[in-house]
Every structure is written in C-alpha cells, then in structure tokens.
Design a protein around this ligand. Structure first.
Ligand SMILES: *Cc1c(COP(=O)(O)O)cnc(C)c1O
Length: 352
C-alpha cells in the first residue's frame, strides 16, 4: 500500500494552498507594493556582522533607533521576521475566532486557517469602509479573540474611518459586558497616508495594537516588521516568539539604513505625488475605474480584467490580478515616474 502524506496532515492544512509568491519575469514590476527605491549597503556594515554568533534576540540597537524615530518606549515594541510573522504570533497567543473585514490582506485568513482558528469575514460597505453595526453584533455573538483592521486597507487603498475603528476598539474593550477582543490596526501603509495613524491612541486603549513594517518603504528584502502594544501584550507575544527570529544581517542593515530618515521621507513624497498623477491618468482612460488611495498602490476596476492582466504582462508590465479578492479588479503599485508612465502607456495600448 502507498503511504498518503495527505492522510497525515490535519484537515485545516489539507484544504490550504501555499501562498503563491512566484517570480514572474517582467520588465516593469508593479505587483507587490514594494518601494521602487532601494538602498545601498556599505561594506563596513556587512563586515561588522559576526556570522558565527547568534543575533541579538531582542534586536536592542534597532529597537532603540525605531523607538526614537517614532517617539515610543522600546519596551512597547517587538520585532517579527516581517509583520506576517507577528500576525502568526498574535493569532497563536490570542486565539480565535479571528474577525476581519473583506476584501483585505489575505494573510489574516491563511494564518487563521493554518492554526485551526475560526474565521469571521465581514464584507466592507459600498465605500470600502467598516460595517460597524455588523461587526459590533458579531463581537457580541462570536466573542472573537482578535480583530484585524488593515488601515490603509490592502487591496482597496483607503483608510477606514477612525471613528469607526475606535468604536470597535471601545466596544471590544468592554469589561462589563465581557466582549473583550484584541484589535490590531495593521498600519503597513501608514507612511503613505494623509491621516496620522493610531500610535497616539495606544495609551488610551489597552486592547489596541499597531502593526508596522519596513517592507513597503524600501526594505522588503530585510523582512523587518514590528508591533507596538501594551507591555503585557508584548510579554505574551514574546512567549511564543522564536528566540532569534530577526537575523543579524537584517538587524545591522536596518539599524544603519533607517538612519536615512530624510531620504526615506523623500522617497515617500515621490511615491505619494506619483500616486496622485497615476490616479488622474487612470481616470482619463475609458473603461477604467480607479479607487482613491492612501497607500502606495491603486486598485482599479476594468472589464475583462483577466485579459488586461495577461496583455499587460505580455508587454512586460506586471500588476496584481485581484480576481480572487475583488472580482474584476487589478492592483498596481506606484513605481518610479518612468515605470508609471510605461504602465499608463501600455494600459492604453491594451485597452484598445
Ligand atoms: C505587505 C503587508 C504586510 C506584510 O508585511 P511584511 O512586513 O513584509 O510581512 C502586512 N500587512 C499588510 C496589510 C500588507 O499589505
């Protein structure tokens, strides 16, 4: 008899599919919300790394620099190998059900399923904002362990109304009615947003967590994400965190490169002004409906989205096909001025 590996795997894993992050050959890569601007690593940084020693398990140097930049207490920060890893840890610690609006970032659902936790998906309203009534009643009924709110939201690009977010946070912190859940505001795209984000609110709500990442601002290859939360929450996450989750190279390189605050801010400024130009250009193309964005990407609706996706790719322009998440939509990351112009020109050609 042949041994079936599938029979050894739990049912929650059996029905999962591996996250497809294939490398698709292209000349203009606008599919993964990366920054088009990278940084050069000086030889002296690489030479300082001791390959035979384990990395600092607390990433103290990097933590201090980030805490200073964001005016935080280092004790309120914990790092992940990308914020994806922190999503994993948070669900491991706080458990399900896991509630999130849809469409949103796919990892909340994938990791919940991998960990065997129940998922509660609540459709966004017509403006891509939170359906607060529905969410509050589900908090009451299902008592989720954790709620994920990506703001700005991937892939829709908008920020959720902060009053609605705070209403959810307040409702989910009610000790009297025992509806308490952790609320994680995933602020991966906050640096591109005109809103100030949730860091200033963390002191007021103990069940509120902010998730951040360096991935979208020029350091996706380093895999550095971090979480800002109450010390007690940090302490719980540290119990499940793998001790050396942030490697020495990422720690050393991030600590050095993050000092280039001026350049990072300059890049963010270039990206947000290109985003507005791109949005204007998209509006002018017949048959395209772009959605406004507070992030470094734009979602747009187009008839025959599959066909347009493949026609763009054939001409070397890679965007993200969102058909599984928002039917009929494609998502384009804001690139350099030149890349964006090629994208617009190619899109006009393939729309003819
Ligand atoms: C890209 C993204 C992340 C993951 O970032 P990493 O730090 O690279 O793991 C988290 N949340 C959202 C909403 C994202 O779009």
């Amino acid at each position: 008899m042949k041994l079936s590996i599938k029979s050894l795997v739990g049912p929650n894993i059996r029905s999962l599919r591996a996250y497809s992050a294939k490398e698709i050959p292209c000349s203009v890569k606008l599919d993964a919300n990366e920054s088009p601007y990278g940084f050069e690593i000086a030889d002296k940084i690489l030479k300082s790394i001791k390959t035979n020693r384990y990395p600092d398990p607390e990433a103290k140097t990097l933590k201090k620099i980030i805490a200073k930049n964001l005016r935080l207490n280092p004790e309120n920060i914990v790092f992940g190998n990308g914020s994806d890893e922190l999503i994993y840890y948070l669900i491991t610690v706080f458990g399900g059900p896991v509630l999130y609006p849809v469409p949103t970032f796919s990892m909340y659902g994938i990791i919940s399923q991998a960990l065997g936790e129940k998922r509660i998906e609540v459709p966004l309203d017509d403006e891509f904002d939170l359906d607060t009534d529905r969410i509050l009643s589900l908090i009451k009924k299902e008592k989720p362990g954790i709620i994920f709110l990506s703001s700005p939201n991937n892939p829709t690009g908008n920020c959720f109304s902060s009053e609605r977010i705070l209403k959810i946070v307040e409702f989910a912190s009610s000790l009297v009615t025992r509806h308490s859940s952790l609320v994680v505001v995933d602020e991966a795209y906050q640096p591109f947003s005109s809103e100030k984000g949730f860091l200033p609110m963390l002191n007021d709500y103990k069940n509120l967590v902010s998730l951040r990442t360096l991935s979208k601002i020029g350091f996706a290859g380093l895999r550095v994400g971090f979480m800002i939360a109450d010390k007690e929450i940090i302490n719980e996450v540290n119990k499940v965190r793998l001790p050396f989750n942030l490697n020495s190279i990422s720690q050393a390189v991030a600590a050095e490169l993050i000092k280039n605050l001026k350049t990072i801010k300059l890049h963010i400024g270039l990206i947000t002004s290109e985003r507005e130009r791109l949005l204007n250009e998209l509006w002018k193309i017949r048959g395209i409906k772009p959605y406004p964005s507070e992030a470094n990407f734009i979602l747009f609706k187009v008839k025959n989205s599959d066909k347009i996706y493949y026609r763009l790719l054939k001409k070397g322009v890679l965007v993200r096909n969102m058909k599984d998440v928002v039917n009929g939509c494609l998502r384009v990351t804001v690139g350099t001025k030149q890349e964006n112009s090629i994208f617009i020109k190619t899109l006009k050609e393939v729309m003819k």
